[in-house]
Design a binder for this molecule. Structure first.
Ligand code: SAM
Length: 198
């Protein structure tokens, strides 16, 4: 039996150590989608300490599985430890490496794909997600409004490249005719796309 009560402790560790784990309102929004879909397969890009993947595992169909990709080995270690502590190791597979190296090797289809990693690579992640998402499935991307900067005209030089890339990303998502997409102003900004045609 999974011990989801430990999630509180994992969340506290994440917040105290400034690890950018899912915000409460974003988690609540995504949980509603997952609760409706009852996914068999979820793909996550950006595991961190496993907080979101463990939360998502509550909504899987029986026999459902999550693949989650993380580039930093310390985070992979922490995620594996947390997944084991909660007792959901049979439901979550952590893949270590740069998602852009791993994604080309994945070839099954997923019901829900969650993008939550390097903002500068969202366009590339999304290209893979389009290939890997089932018809009728969802692609969700977090942090697309980047602390309000994407909707502001006044951004520091340092953030300008990421902001421009996120703007192009949002345009591409909203214009894709195979998707029914919306941009939602909760947490750090979320795009939610349902793949209506493939
Ligand atoms: N989804 C996690 C949660 O809510 O609990 C938080 C993920 S955190 C926002 C982003 C994670 O993506 C970081 O741990 C970072 O190391 C990882 N990351 C960044 N670029 C990546 C890449 N190219 N491939 C895989 N992981 C990446």
């Amino acid at each position: 039996m999974a011990n989801y009560e430990l999630l509180e402790e994992i969340e506290k560790f994440g917040r105290e150590n400034k690890i950018p784990i899912l915000l409460d309102d974003t988690l609540e929004y995504i949980s509603k989608i997952l609760n409706d879909v009852k996914p068999m397969r979820i793909l996550e890009i950006g595991t961190a300490i496993g907080f979101s993947a463990i939360c998502f595992s509550k909504y899987l169909a029986p026999e459902g599985r999550i693949d989650t990709i993380e580039i930093e080995s310390l985070r992979v270690e922490q995620a594996l430890e947390n997944i084991e502590k909660v007792g959901v190791q049979s439901k979550i597979r952590v893949l270590e490496g740069d998602a852009l190296d791993i994604l080309p090797y994945l070839n099954e289809e997923y019901d829900v794909i969650f993008i939550d990693a390097a903002k500068g690579k969202y366009l590339e992640f999304f290209e893979h997600a389009l290939r890997l998402c089932k018809k009728g499935g969802y692609i969700i991307a977090d942090n697309v409004l980047y602390k309000g900067m994407v909707q502001s005209d006044y951004n520091k030089h340092k953030q300008r490249t990421a902001v421009n890339k996120l703007r192009s990303f949002i345009d591409m998502v909203l214009q894709n005719k195979n998707l029914e997409s919306k941009l939602i102003d909760i947490g750090d900004g979320l795009t939610v796309s349902k793949m209506i045609e493939k």
